[in-house]
Design a protein around this ligand. Structure first.
Ligand code: AMP
Length: 408
């Protein structure tokens, strides 16, 4: 079975085509600047050279058509016809309280995703455009949706409610939802597998640290708390996002600087975090390089960033009354030796002891980086959100086929 995974944004669309017989990627790519006059398409077939072109792609329907044309192209393609695409899986950021797991798309599901537009105004409408574009181009092909929030629906009320008037939860569903759920779920399963221990018996903190960053407390394979909240702004300090701060800073800054709500919103999402403190970059590679060259602002940004990761880990040890495994994943978590070292060096009280040599080794494989006598195991597990979307889609389509066979 071949599954096309799509991550549709408002002006971009990323894709990967999987062959599920061996979970290999046949091709991947992206369409950028959709709706603008010069859209850029980058198509990367696994065993052929990359193709890049600039053309006018005015909407998502045309973008999906372009992707299909490339996948079946006689020279650059990887399949003979579009009939070889058996299903499409979409990443959807917000599933609200409705979606506790991935589902196949039907009219009710579409309606529900639309009802959640308010909670993710930048993301869910774009995902819906992606779903509709597939409907138009591949009307017979089943589609599934995999939600960033779904894994965190196991959180108890004590973790997901905010101490503000309950009417706001009842009326507007203001609560913690959490994000990166697909990644936290995947790396926790991989970590248990590598350790050879049942997930049900483990207390884990998974740190997904990329451009966006979040920590999750996972007990018995279930998310019991996570650092992102109603939106992906809460929690850790990030590349350009502030993460946690005193909410009173918002009205105070508006007043003192004569800023509008949308200006403050933009400040906290796009002009804060590593970028704001270092004054250099939101990219951890540049922060570390500048820090090593003696830049004091870069050092302050790095120290604040890692301090906040450590504080979250500490609070989740308290939430779970223990810790067996600490997992690092995503761009920074998988690659930054310095970040892992700085975070772990303050966690000795929790039985964390990093092996400096193992921490330095570069590999694309999941691995243990703690010393053999470390009470808590520390691991690096590369995340693969597209693969999980493909697996969930595959499982749902097979289940539906089985169901239809019974009905016959
Ligand atoms: P992601 O959002 O998971 O794709 O992560 C992207 C981020 O990972 C980039 O913005 C970089 O800051 C970071 N990153 C990638 N490679 C490295 C590296 N070798 N060291 C530190 N940070 C890295």
């Amino acid at each position: 079975m071949r599954i096309l995974v799509i991550n549709a944004g408002s002006s971009s669309l990323k894709y990967q085509l999987f062959d599920m017989t061996n979970e290999s990627v046949l091709a991947s790519g992206r369409v950028e600047r959709i709706g603008m006059d010069s859209s850029i398409v980058t198509h990367e077939p696994t065993d052929k050279p990359e193709v890049k072109d600039v053309s006018e792609i005015l909407d998502h329907v045309t973008a999906v058509k372009r992707v299909i044309d490339l996948l079946v192209h006689p020279e650059h393609g990887v399949i003979r016809s579009m009939d070889e695409i058996d299903a499409v899986g979409h990443r959807v950021v917000h599933g609200g309280e409705t979606f506790k797991e991935s589902v196949l798309v039907d009219q009710d599901v579409k309606l529900e995703i639309r009802n959640l537009f308010d909670l993710a105004p930048l993301h869910n409408p774009a995902h819906m455009m992606g779903i509709n574009a597939v409907d138009t181009n591949l009307p017979e092909v089943p589609q599934a949706v995999v939600f960033d929030t779904a894994f965190h629906q196991s959180m108890p009320p004590v973790a997901y409610l905010y101490p503000i008037p309950m009417v706001l939860y009842r009326r507007h569903k203001i609560r913690r939802y959490g994000f990166h759920g697909t990644s936290h779920n995947y790396v926790s399963q991989q970590a248990a597998e590598l350790l050879g221990k049942p997930l049900e018996e483990l207390k884990m903190v998974t740190c997904h640290i990329g451009n966006g960053a979040s920590c999750t407390a996972i007990m018995g394979g279930k998310s019991v708390d996570t650092s992102m909240g109603l939106t992906p702004l809460e929690g850790l300090m990030m590349g350009t996002r502030s993460g946690d701060l005193d909410p009173a800073i918002v009205p105070f800054t508006m007043n003192k600087e004569d800023l509008t709500l949308s200006e403050v919103n933009s400040m906290l999402n796009k002009h804060s975090g590593l970028m704001a403190i270092s004054g250099i970059s939101s990219d951890m590679r540049e922060i570390v390089d500048s820090m090593e060259e003696g830049d004091r602002n870069a050092k302050l940004a790095f120290d604040m960033y890692t301090y906040r990761v450590r504080k979250y880990i500490g609070s989740y040890v308290a939430a779970m009354d223990g810790l067996d495994v600490l997992v690092f994943t995503a761009g920074v978590g998988e690659n930054s030796v310095q970040l892992r070292d700085a975070v772990c060096s303050g966690l000795s009280y929790f039985g964390v002891k990093l092996d400096p040599e193992l921490n330095k080794q570069r590999s694309k494989q999941a691995r243990i980086i703690s010393a053999p006598d470390s009470r808590t195991k520390v691991m690096v597990v590369p995340t693969n959100e597209e693969l999980i979307i493909a697996r969930d889609t595959y499982r749902l389509v097979l289940e539906q086929e089985k169901q239809e066979n019974y009905e016959i």
